[in-house]
Design a protein around this ligand. Structure first.
Ligand code: HEC
Length: 119
């Protein structure tokens, strides 16, 4: 009984899979724009308060310019750790621990990272 039910749902599952594959490309540029928006928005990342980022206006310079982070961090995981809690790397840092203190959600941090990674 159960088995036939699952088999009947195969076409539906297949369609969902195909849709997911084809929409991923479009999702990426939307995703990157969302990441940029989160980084720039004052009530969210507010990264411009302390960092120069390409395209950003009225940025502060307490921290270094955010560019070529691929060369600085070996992988996205390390960059994620830094943004999640910069105090692990420098206990006296002025940078807020965005993940640890729940300033940004896990998904928001991921989107910001994907955006920063291609700068
Ligand atoms: C209140 C100031 C402040 C804010 C806001 C801030 N940072 Fe920082 N950030 C710093 C400082 C200062 C450093 C320099 C390293 C240190 O002190 O730990 C830094 C370093 C970094 C680095 C390491 C860069 C490198 O080349 O070493 C990254 C990546 C980074 N910040 C990302 C972000 C992101 C992403 C945001 C927004 C979500 C953000 N920062 C918001 C102050 C800030």
């Amino acid at each position: 009984m159960m088995d036939t039910k699952i088999i009947k749902q195969f076409p539906l599952l297949f369609c969902l899979l195909i849709t997911a594959c084809f929409s991923s490309e479009k999702l990426t540029s939307e995703h990157l724009n969302k990441g940029k928006e989160l980084a720039f928005t004052r009530s969210k990342g507010n990264c411009l308060a302390c960092h120069i980022i390409a395209d950003g206006e009225l940025s502060g310079n307490l921290g270094p310019e955010l560019k070529n982070l691929k060369g600085r961090f070996n992988n996205k995981g390390l960059l994620r750790q830094f943004i999640w809690d910069a105090t692990v790397f420098n206990s006296k840092t002025a940078m807020p621990p965005f993940g640890k203190n729940k300033i940004l959600s896990e998904q928001e941090i991921d989107m910001i990272i994907d955006y920063l990674w291609q700068l």
